[in-house]
Ligand binder design. Structure first.
Ligand code: TRP
Length: 453
């Protein structure tokens, strides 16, 4: 199969391998950093409910659609559409995906750099004995700086590039399989500390008691964007990974397991952050710095806080790494397959150009914080354009492609692995991809536009 058209095509070694890699892509800063802070900015419980709804009704089916496109075509995110729809403009989905990869990785690597700094600080025992105010001040001082955040960001990009250049299987699989379960365990332990802090109850109410009077259409769009971002869908990551999945793997089961694992980690992150937010009287709408202020507070008040904080930030960095790898892989697979570039050259070119863009994202918190064309910093623009525009738009188009162009027969053949598995929900998935997902996303877009003008 894969071997026929491309003898060097790498693939995952069966079930656990692909689940580990896809979970590795999905679980990252999106769950532990972005989810809590956007939930905090958008009012809590009602936002959480919308997010969950989008994950189930749109995210999971679109993830399956992406897997099926990639495995069918055995190509990268752009080449897949060229192969399945020759001479048609569907490949523009791939173009959008490449653009989104650049933007996402540019700002994602900023935050990934912050996690390295915090790993370093944790290892130096710098949280112990500090007050809440001191911890906030030290975060402010660090993230508004120039050299330190830049150095960490560059270090992170180099790590990502090193893993990518050694290939998908050896590079990605090995780490995720072992480390993700450990991360889950640690988040659980820290959540327990958080919910048992005095004053934690208010955080639980904030997270689990929906107040719909607090949400406008903009929050609906942010919830949709967060669902897509967290599941790594809408830009071809899961198409690219799908192309490395072997024929014997059950795609619907995989999409389901990946979505469930990703959602559990996000929910637990909420449980870890919000009780502490209220216990320490931190503003839930504090923005991108939220978890970097809250977590050290929890660790500084936890028996064994030192060792927990070191392991935690180490795992968080690794979780971020398995995600950045999946983003860069979209670009590298495209460059090497479509433009015939050597994998190493493609990696260096991709990582270096994204790195340049990333500098603007990082300095958005420091010396470029007053450069705000059309009211947003570079960081905010990269985030906004990718998560709130390109990913939902990509999701609509991928759904339409599979629903209307690829069609039920091919889709069913792919998700059943040519009849090897019995899939009883093909009809339901087709309905979602043809109608529900495109319409729901379009409605959210339109209302958000009307509402914000
Ligand atoms: N989902 C990852 C996270 O939650 C980030 C990520 C990886 C991503 N690949 C992506 C986001 C593709 C959007 C699209 O951290």
């Amino acid at each position: 199969m894969a071997k026929m058209n491309n003898p060097v095509r790498d693939s995952f070694s069966g079930r656990l391998g692909i689940i580990a890699a896809a979970v590795g892509s999905a679980v990252g800063l999106g769950n532990i950093w972005r989810f809590p802070y956007v939930t905090g900015e958008n009012g809590g419980g009602a936002f959480l409910l919308m997010y969950l709804l989008f994950v189930i009704a749109i995210g999971m089916p679109v993830m399956l659609a992406e897997f099926s496109v990639g495995r069918r075509a055995q190509r990268n995110a752009l080449g897949s559409f060229k192969k399945l729809a020759p001479g048609k403009p569907w490949y523009l989905i791939g173009v959008m995906g490449i653009v989104a990869s650049f933007l996402i990785l540019a700002f994602y690597s900023t935050i990934a750099g912050w996690t390295l700094e915090y790993l370093f600080q944790a290892a130096g025992n710098s949280f112990a004995g500090k007050s809440s105010a001191e911890l906030s001040a030290s975060f402010d001082q660090f993230h508004t700086g120039t050299f330190r955040p830049l150095i960490w960001q560059i270090a992170f990009m180099v790590l990502t590039a090193l893993i990518i250049s050694s290939g998908v299987k050896r590079g990605i699989e090995k780490y995720t399989k072992i480390l993700m379960p450990v991360l889950l365990l640690l988040i659980l332990i820290v959540s327990i500390r958080s919910v048992t802090l005095p004053g934690a109850g208010e955080g639980l109410r904030f997270l689990f008691r929906p107040d719909f009077s607090a949400v406008g259409w903009n929050s609906v769009l942010v919830a949709l964007g967060q669902a897509a971002f967290s599941l790594s869908i809408g830009m071809g990551t899961m198409i690219t990974y799908g192309s490395y999945i072997r024929k014997e793997t059950n795609l619907p089961v995989t999409a389901f397991q990946v979505s469930v694992a990703d959602t559990i980690i996000a929910m637990l992150s909420g449980l870890m952050i919000f009780p502490a937010v209220f216990a320490y009287s931190i503003d839930p709408a504090a923005g991108p710095g939220l978890v970097f202020v809250v977590l050290p507070n929890i660790f500084s008040m936890m028996p064994g806080g030192y060792i927990f904080s070191v392991i935690f930030f180490m795992l968080l960095s690794i979780a971020a790494l398995t995600s950045t790898v999946s983003i860069l892989e979209v670009v590298v697979a495209y460059l090497s397959e479509e433009l015939n570039m050597a994998r190493r050259t493609a990696t260096i070119l991709g990582a270096a150009s994204i790195g340049v863009l990333g500098i603007f994202a990082t300095l958005s918190f420091g010396m470029l914080d007053d450069v705000t064309p059309f009211g947003r910093t570079f960081f905010e623009w990269f985030d906004y354009i990718s998560a709130n525009l390109l990913l939902p738009l990509g999701a609509i188009l991928i759904a339409l492609f599979v629903g209307w162009f690829m069609g039920r027969k091919v889709f069913n053949d792919e998700i059943s692995s040519g009849g090897m598995f019995r899939v009883r929900v093909t009809g339901l998935f087709m309905f979602v991809l043809k109608f529900l997902a495109p319409l729901a996303i379009a409605i959210v877009f339109i209302y958000q536009l009307i509402g914000s003008s």
